[in-house]
Design a protein around this ligand. Structure first.
Ligand code: HEM
Length: 532
């Protein structure tokens, strides 16, 4: 009997709490609505009607993946801006360049923050790095360090030798695979691209290519494979509409399992990065390191005006994770798509190699100094970002105050998601939006192509206070990755297939299968000898 009474009273307490909560929120909503009306504030952007407390979360959970569901609703109501209520957060999706510019040009300061999420908290070790941190003193401190110390033109030149080293290894890794037969060989392009990208990061940050013993042919060992896999795991979960980010009281349940996955991924980063960082800090303290050799040394040696270290050990560890995730994610997936499209269109491959042969010739490999002249290669890279961004949305921007944009009311705390795919494939902006056509970036006025897209017709490096500060490094790595692979080898569809399969992985933006293509060296043997 007492058990029955206990369970009855618990249920009653839960129901009572729930109804109190619901009526408070309903009261706030009604009050807020009448406040808005009485102050003549415009309406929120259109969107699905929210449920009390949870908003549109039930629909979000039912319709996977979220970006498909959001795109479907926006198409149905024919809007370029929509508001989805997730818990108490307004998530505003934007798919038109005019509105995107309104947010990031005209109202940049009001939308310069980032949301707090479970995955970003873990990956930045408590918001110690820049990319995912909300605006505030920590973000300012790290952004200043990037712009005045880590990413200056002088520092970029200082790191050139390391980048060159990895660009050479990239070619020789593919060459070693081709050399297994006189007629070339089928190569996993995804592995080559990702390995090159992360090698550059490891080299400029840790001055090493391998965490373990590595491989004789220049390819990734099992430690490096695990490292790259972890980068993509973190990337997929950074802003993955984790329910507890919108309903914090749900965090203990971890119903989507995101927290467990992210925690494990961080454990893997820590396993590889931390011993190197800790050892280096010790060496520096003991005076074993005088001149910095890589960015880790630079970060350890930076001092404040009072002589104290600028960065704590935790802050240094957080920056190392960010650098790994940023570069590998943002480009390699798109570049893999670019190579796939080009193999299916040999005239495009021809155009690219004609440009390279004209600018560089066949007696030497592409160098970073050639980049300004390799406009067709840059256009191919940019087109791949338009058609195949790795994530559906740009990094979220958070409204720091109530603002009116495009005639709509955007409440403080709203998250603004510029649709990378929504913008890049917008038929009102792009002719034949689903066709890979690098020529679209050339116009009568200019044949010069830049990765930047300040008009926000697509998201490359974005714009405003939160724009990507990695432009020089990002451009260099993209052009070298695509240029060298096209210059060094003739690519074709493997004999077992008719065409490269251009289908997408279900619910993801990757190719459904890693790109395997036939590669044959196309330069004189002496040109490769220079990198042996
Ligand atoms: C071609 C390659 C790259 C592309 C396309 C790219 C693109 C982007 C984009 C779209 C953003 C978000 C901007 C926004 O919130 O509106 C971003 C932010 C950022 N990127 Fe890049 N990026 C690239 C390479 C790099 C590299 C190599 C680095 C350096 C390690 C880097 C460092 C950053 C940082 C630190 C931020 C955050 C800035 C902030 O929140 O204040 N990026 N990037």
């Amino acid at each position: 009997m007492s058990l029955l009474f206990k369970s009855f009273s618990t249920t009653f307490a839960v129901l009572l709490t729930f109804s109190l909560l619901a009526s408070t929120i309903l009261f706030i909503i009604i009050k807020w609505g009448s406040f808005r009306k009485s102050n003549n504030l415009p309406k929120l952007p259109p969107g699905p009607s929210p449920w009390p407390i949870v908003g549109n979360i039930p629909e979000l959970l039912k319709n996977k993946p979220p970006f498909h569901w959001m795109a479907g609703i926006m198409k149905k109501i024919d809007t370029a801006i929509a508001c989805f209520s997730l818990g108490s957060v307004h998530v505003i999706v934007v798919n038109s360049p005019e509105l995107a510019r309104d947010f990031l040009h005209n109202h940049d300061t009001e939308f310069a923050s980032r949301p707090f999420t479970m995955a970003t908290e873990y990956s930045s070790r408590g918001f110690l790095s820049m990319v995912v941190s909300p605006t505030g003193p920590q973000w300012k401190k790290i952004r200043k360090m990037y712009t005045t110390e880590l990413m200056t033109p002088t520092r970029h030149r200082w790191l050139l030798e390391k980048r060159d080293h990895e660009a050479d290894n990239y070619v020789s890794f593919i060459l070693n695979q081709c050399n297994s037969s006189s007629d070339g060989s089928v190569v996993n392009v995804r592995t080559a691209l990702r390995h090159y990208a992360i090698n550059v990061v490891r080299k400029i940050v840790f001055n090493r290519r391998y965490f373990g013993k590595g491989r004789k042919d220049g390819g990734p060992g099992e430690e490096e494979e695990e490292h790259v896999k972890t980068i993509f795991t973190v990337l997929r979960h950074l802003y993955a509409f984790c329910i507890s980010d919108f309903l914090p009281w749900m965090r203990v349940f971890d119903i989507q399992g995101h927290e467990k996955i992210v925690k494990e991924a961080m454990g893997i980063f820590n396993k590889y990065h931390d011993p190197i960082i800790e050892e280096r800090i010790k060496q520096r303290k003991n005076g074993d390191i005088q001149e910095p050799e890589d960015l880790l040394d630079v970060m350890i040696s930076l001092k404040e005006a009072n002589g104290k270290s600028l960065l704590s050990e935790e802050e240094i560890k957080a920056q190392c994770i960010v650098r790994a995730v940023l570069w590998v994610d943002s480009r390699t997936t798109s570049l893999e798509w670019a190579v796939a499209h080009m193999i299916n269109k040999p005239e495009m491959l021809q155009k690219a190699t004609d440009e390279i042969d004209r600018v560089v010739g066949k007696q030497r490999l592409i160098q970073e100094s050639d980049i300004p002249q390799l406009n067709y290669i840059k256009a191919c890279g940019k087109e791949s970002l338009r058609l195949h961004p790795i994530t559906p949305f740009n990094l979220p921007h958070v409204a720091m105050s109530n603002t009116i944009v495009g005639g709509y009311f955007i409440p403080k705390g709203s998250q603004i998601l510029l649709g990378r795919r929504g913008l890049g494939r917008n038929p009102k902006v792009w002719e034949d939006p689903l066709v890979f056509k690098p020529e679209r970036f050339f116009n009568d006025k200019s044949c010069k192509i830049e990765l930047m897209e300040p008009e926000l017709r697509l998201i490359t490096l974005s714009s405003g206070k939160r724009a990507c500060p990695g432009i020089a490094l990002g451009t260099a790595l993209s052009v070298m990755a695509l240029g060298r692979i096209l210059q060094g080898f003739s690519w074709s569809v493997p004999a077992t297939d008719k065409m490269i399969d251009l289908s997408e992985l279900q619910n993801e933006f990757e190719m459904s299968k890693p790109l395997h293509a036939h590669a044959k060296p196309r330069l004189p043997a002496a040109t490769y000898d220079a990198i042996a």
